[in-house]
Design a binder for this molecule. Structure first.
Ligand SMILES: NC(=O)c1ccc[n+]([C@@H]2O[C@H](COP(=O)([O-])OP(=O)(O)OC[C@H]3O[C@@H](n4cnc5c(N)ncnc54)[C@H](O)[C@@H]3O)[C@@H](O)[C@H]2O)c1
Length: 440
């Protein structure tokens, strides 16, 4: 099949490379000329395990192409995936300008039937807006050409995106015509040989499903974070509580880790957008509102612990920060807790020495204007002469440190752990002060 992907970001590039790997002829379009030029030179703009060889292999096989040329990209694929960003607007709703621009481009250049697949995360009613934008462009050209619009929300996780795309738990398709349904079935047939993974439904339900999934996961995290804070106040250990409830099959272990708040390109904006969808429908989602509020507070939890231990004035104090990405296995720093912790320490007069295995070049852009911020070449190097280690991201390489060596390197042996990586008793037995989230 000939497929075009509009928007070559995390979702677009992974989807494009995976669809090419399945044998399709894929063209990825982006308005960012620098990104496309880099991809054409073989440079992968994001860190995503397994993506680089996948892209390289499919480019070499002639199945994956990159372009900024709209006319060429619309002409290429009978199937046009829209995978552009849907960032939050000022009121928290999803900003659909990029989705609508993509739809208009299709209407402006299409010459025969196109199946338009919306993969971006978009609120209920967007497929209708996409349809209207394409129809308007066709009318402007005086053309009558058939097209279908389908909702196919993406559930991949950054850090495991290639695997998630190739072996998804489910593929949700919102569709209201038989031809589109047939084509969608054939696109995904190769990844569901083992068992049926496609769930067909109406378009509005598919659009809402994506927000429901992210809001549910965010709810579990905020729920555990609130309970962790309670555990700390009453002298219980959230890790025991997690195991105690996770073992209940009705609850399960996933997404029950207390920590220093969720970030990333999806949960914060999708929870806000869902709230706004409810608001537009004359409703107020009380649980969802609380989920966001709890998360905002939780992101400051590490700073609270720092100021409680070192005071409000951090002048002359040096903080080693391990982890800048919003979670492990990605260089994505969008809405990362590091964006609260690092500037927060610096604003109080402290110095930060940060280490992250892959996000440092991203951090140099994000934190370009910050003073008293240094980057270390290894986790150990960050510790030298620091008054405190603050753990923000749960990278595997942080999990089994040499605590004796850590104690020797730190000027004051204090660990504030936003990801509950260690056994508090073990750390303390090595002569270090330790404060996790909801641990005793
Ligand atoms: N990142 C994730 O883990 C993830 C997972 C599931 C769903 N989503 C959703 O997928 C969508 C894309 O997310 P992302 O993280 O890949 O975003 P991203 O910011 O990484 O990529 C979006 C890309 O679209 C390009 N773009 C914008 N307007 C364009 C246009 N008119 N034509 C061509 N290209 C255009 C941008 O230049 C950018 O490269 C969002 O709606 C997001 O919520 C993201």
């Amino acid at each position: 099949m000939k497929i075009t992907i509009i928007g070559t970001g995390y979702v677009g590039l992974v989807s494009g490379a995976c669809l090419a790997e399945l044998g399709n002829d894929v063209m990825c379009l982006d308005v960012d000329a620098g990104k496309i030029a880099g991809l054409q030179r073989g440079e992968i703009p994001i860190y995503e395990p397994g993506l680089e060889p996948l892209v390289k292999r499919n480019v070499e096989a002639g199945r994956l192409h990159f372009t900024t040329d709209l006319a060429q990209s619309v002409a290429h694929g009978q199937i046009q995936f829209i995978a552009v960003g849907t960032p939050p607007d000022e009121d928290g709703s999803a900003d659909l300008q990029y989705v609508i621009a993509a739809a208009r481009a299709i209407g402006r250049y299409m010459d025969d039937y196109r199946l338009v697949v919306d993969k971006s995360t978009v609120p209920v009613g967007t497929a209708a807006k996409v349809r209207a934008a394409i129809a308007e462009e066709l009318a402007r050209r005086g053309k009558v050409i058939e097209f279908s619009v389908v909702s196919n929300p993406e559930f991949l996780k950054e850090g495991a995106a290639v695997d998630d795309f190739m072996r998804p738990d489910r593929v949700v398709i919102g569709v209201d015509d038989e031809q589109a349904k047939r084509i969608m079935h054939s696109i995904y047939a190769p990844i569901q040989r083992n068992h049926e993974r496609m769930i067909f439904m109406d378009i509005a339900s598919a659009e809402l499903t994506k927000y429901a999934a992210n809001a549910m996961l965010a709810t579990r995290i905020s729920f555990m974070n609130e309970l962790a804070n309670l555990a700390e106040a009453v002298g219980a250990d959230i890790e025991h509580v997690r195991q105690g409830i996770g073992s209940d099959a009705r609850i399960g272990y996933h997404f029950l880790y207390a920590g220093c708040g969720y970030g990333g390109a999806c949960f914060p904006k999708d929870v806000s957008a869902l709230q706004q969808t409810a608001h537009d429908a004359g409703m107020h989602l009380k649980i969802i509102e609380a989920v966001n509020q709890v998360n905002e507070t939780q992101k400051s939890r590490l700073l609270d612990k720092i100021t409680r231990r070192f005071g409000d004035d951090l002048t002359g104090k040096r903080f080693a920060v391990w982890g800048l990405a919003f979670k492990a296995n990605t260089d994505d720093m969008r809405e990362a807790t590091s964006q609260v912790v690092v500037p927060g320490i610096i604003a109080r007069g402290g110095t930060v020495v940060a280490y992250d295995p892959v996000a440092i070049s991203q951090a140099k852009k994000t934190f370009a204007t910050l003073q008293r911020l240094e980057y270390a070449s290894s986790p150990k190097a960050a510790l030298d002469g620091a008054d405190c280690l603050v753990i923000v991201t749960e990278w595997k390489e942080f999990r089994s440190p040499d605590f004796d060596d850590m104690k020797r390197r730190l000027r004051t042996p204090v660990i504030i752990d936003g990801r509950n990586l260690y056994d508090p008793a073990l750390v303390r037995s090595c002569g270090l002060e330790y404060s996790g989230i909801g641990r005793i």
